[in-house]
Design a protein around this ligand. Structure first.
Ligand code: HPA
Length: 273
């Protein structure tokens, strides 16, 4: 039976919205992960707090490979992640939800593939559709049912962090077509793609980005908006889970077909899955 995972970003740490929850840890070839197992309306769920307990891991030090490898091992077929983002698009105001469909990668120090030599195949993931169109469609339907305003589509620029951006950087990203900015979606979305897990992210706009907003952004401001919106966020996630069928076969589950699939392409490491 397929499992749905929720990766909670900034401001989304609380798995108590799910039932039968159990705290667990698991060893992966990339290090240990901590996660919560649970269910909702009969569906098996995994919740993973991206920044760790008490928001202790900064964006550039998150063990993205351990997280995604662990989810794959746990039978996860669909990931709905959450991200707090700044907005570069005046139509996307603080408090709005955005389901991005493209990314720009401005990270600098992160390993963004499982295929790093060591006897594994040389894999070039196609990223025409980095965010699952099928999952985004379900999230949009859930938002409509709940009367929650959500924008379907947009380009997310991922910065290295942990500092916020300069106004000059934001001006450049805007010229390049970015609508939102955050620090965590890359390489998470890429690794989920390699692992043949359908992935979508629900972004919450917490602020206008540097230079668009006249005031300097603080982390507290991001947390405050996330806290204000947390009931809506939870409702949207739960309705989405209700509507998702984790056993549905999607194109995302076959993205490495030309390499024999994720497990085969990993070689010896794949035997551990
Ligand atoms: N920049 C980067 N990350 C963010 C922002 C921002 O303005 N807001 C929330 N996360």
């Amino acid at each position: 039976m397929g499992v749905i995972a929720v990766i909670g970003g900034t401001g989304v740490y609380d798995p108590s919205m799910f039932e039968h929850i159990e705290e667990k840890t698991m060893a992966t070839p990339y290090g240990e992960i901590a996660y919560t197992k649970g269910s909702y309306k009969g569906k098996q769920l995994i919740f993973l707090a991206r920044h760790g307990k008490g928001h202790s891991i900064p964006p550039h030090l998150i063990n993205y490979r351990a997280n995604i490898w662990g989810l794959k091992k746990l039978g996860v077929t669909m990931i709905v992640s959450t991200t707090a983002v700044g907005s570069l698009n005046t139509d996307y105001a603080p408090g709005h939800f955005v389901l991005v469909d493209q990314f720009l990668d401005f990270t600098k120090s992160r390993v963004s593939t499982f295929f790093d030599g060591n006897g594994k195949k040389v894999v070039h993931l196609g990223v025409g559709n980095p965010y699952s169109p099928a999952l985004r469609k379900v999230i949009m339907e859930a938002a409509e049912e709940l009367n929650i305003e959500a924008h379907n589509g947009g380009t997310y620029v991922c910065t290295e962090g942990p500092r916020f951006e300069t106004p000059a950087e934001i001006k450049m990203f805007k010229m390049m077509g970015a609508d939102t900015v955050g620090m965590t979606n890359v390489p998470e979305v890429v690794l989920a793609g390699e692992a043949e897990i359908a992935y979508a992210t629900i972004s919450m706009v917490t602020n206008f980005a540097a230079g668009i907003s006249p005031t300097e952004l603080t982390h507290q401001e991001v947390l405050d908006i996330m806290a204000e919106m947390s009931d809506k966020f939870k409702a949207l996630i739960l309705r989405t889970i209700e509507k998702l069928d984790p056993n549905q076969d999607l194109p995302c589950h076959h993205r490495l077909a030309e390499y024999g699939g994720f497990k085969a392409a990993l070689g010896k490491e794949g035997e551990l899955l």
